[in-house]
Design a protein around this ligand. Sequence first.
Ligand SMILES: *[C@@H]1O[C@H](CO)[C@@H](O)[C@H](O)[C@H]1NC(C)=O
Ligand SMILES: *[C@@H]1O[C@H](CO)[C@@H](O)[C@H](O)[C@H]1NC(C)=O
Ligand SMILES: *[C@@H]1O[C@H](CO)[C@@H](O)[C@H](O)[C@H]1NC(C)=O
Ligand SMILES: *[C@@H]1O[C@H](CO)[C@@H](O)[C@H](O)[C@H]1NC(C)=O
Length: 527
Amino acid sequence: MGGRLARVVAPVLVLLLAGGRASAVWPMPQRLTEAPGPSTALSPGRFRLRYAAASAVQPGCSVLDQAFARYLRLLFGPARPAEAGEDQANDSTLTVFVVNPGCDGFPSLNSLESYTLILSEDQFSLKAEEVWGALRGLETFSQLVWRSAEGTYFVNKTEIVDFPRFPHRGLLLDTSRHYLPLTSILETLDVMAYNKFNVFHWHIVDDPSFPFESVSFPELSRKGAYNSATHVYTPEDVKIVIEYARLRGIRVLAEFDTPGHTLSWGQGAPGLLTPCYVGPAPSGTYGPVNPILNSTYEFMAKLFSEISSVFPDFYLHLGGDEVDFTCWRSNPDIRYFMEEVGFGQDFTKLESLYIQKLLSIVSSYGKGYVVWQEVFDNGVKVKGDTVVHVWRENAGSYRKELERVTNASYRALLSAPWYLNRIGYGQDWVEAYKVEPLQFEGTPEQKALVIGGEACMWGEYVDATNLTPRLWPRAGAVAERLWSSKDVTDIQSAYLRLADFRCELLRRGVQAQPLYTGFCKQEFFGP
Ligand SMILES: *[C@@H]1O[C@H](CO)[C@@H](O)[C@H](O)[C@H]1NC(C)=O
Ligand SMILES: *[C@@H]1O[C@H](CO)[C@@H](O)[C@H](O)[C@H]1NC(C)=O
Ligand SMILES: *[C@@H]1O[C@H](CO)[C@@H](O)[C@H](O)[C@H]1NC(C)=O
Ligand SMILES: *[C@@H]1O[C@H](CO)[C@@H](O)[C@H](O)[C@H]1NC(C)=O
């Protein structure tokens, strides 16, 4: 029965992979030219990654020093033979030339990730404007090296000119519904880099738990984490994540979602949440953050001061989604306040009041912000440089939403069709792959306001046991859509390359799930 069902669900993609590796880079570069002629053999012990003499960055550059070590290990394994001797006939070097200096900074929305990779018979060269582009080029190089049946390493004569289509290519992990150990986050960052993702959207806290250890408000995680000793991210953990991401050219976009999605904050911050009422009496349950108290804003000012200095990225994600008004409506103090300020029954005005105050707090720390689409939908006045994150899926209406958001001159991020936590039988990566982010009514100026998108892995049904296989290679579909040219849409070709890339992930020790029937030369045999 399983077999018959499989044929019904996935009739088109029954393809066999040829032996050996097809010419496969994932995501597909903007321009790739493979020259005819014999492939060049690489001798593991005699292959070098070097800084070009005229490069603006030189040995000692943390980002590239570590990337060189990492990619040599990925290519040839941890125990690369050290080949000594006079015979340098088989020596080969990939020379890396970076135009602009800078190794110690953080990647940003404006980072340049373009690169040119030339692999000819007598020289391998990689050129990039910034170290971030050099990282992308090294990844591409690592995917071009292949191994013959006899175990010899080869690389074909190839020229690649490459750059991302969108500057914001993100992946959201949710560490509140389930705690994800540091190792899961770091492994995800590794695989993100293999896919050229460049933003880790860390949805760090939410209703179920508050694992972020705050220095200003230690009670938040002490009372709000699942376990305040084992299920928390200490300041040291957070630093590790940020640096690990930086070394891979990945920004960390932290999200502290308010005023809804904050139940876990309540225990450690008495008086922060709105007491809900049943009739004239408090029911003992709590709703969103209480927007009518001065103490709320004093709390937020102090907390976001800490958050702004902990997370170096210019942007913070401030959430603002799914605010449930029933508790606010039940509370007599809030109803009184609404009367006083003339909001009547319009609770979106109260939400606006809260969000505006929060935005001005966060701006005062020199930060920009991303908000979920409801903030825009409810007409909250936000600064012109706000990024609106489109997530609501109902019946493909995200296209209308992109139209509205960009028509109002806001920049937009798309996630609605990329909720990878939703799973279905069959090849559901295809749906994610087919999305064209700019397919909505609008002027070229409007289209230019779409800065990218994010694949989301919400955590209700996901923890360290199933995160990796559920993400990969499915998130790769989003990675290619956001990096590669608009014209890269052929499903059959994508299937072959993605299946091949998934085998490469297995070779790299990533427990990526299969796309469909088939096998890999090197299967996953456990960690
Ligand atoms: C390299 O070229 C060979 C033919 O020389 C071809 O069989 C192989 O698919 C190519 N591999 C890659 C990774 O491009
Ligand atoms: C050089 O490479 C060729 C072909 O890959 C190999 O047969 C030979 O043993 C290599 N020589 C050295 C010194 O590594
Ligand atoms: C809250 O702050 C405002 C402005 O700073 C002030 O006018 C008001 O009296 C304060 N309310 C309370 C209850 O402290
Ligand atoms: C675009 O914005 C203008 C006002 O700036 C408005 O009149 C128009 O209805 C908007 N169109 C859409 C599709 O939202």
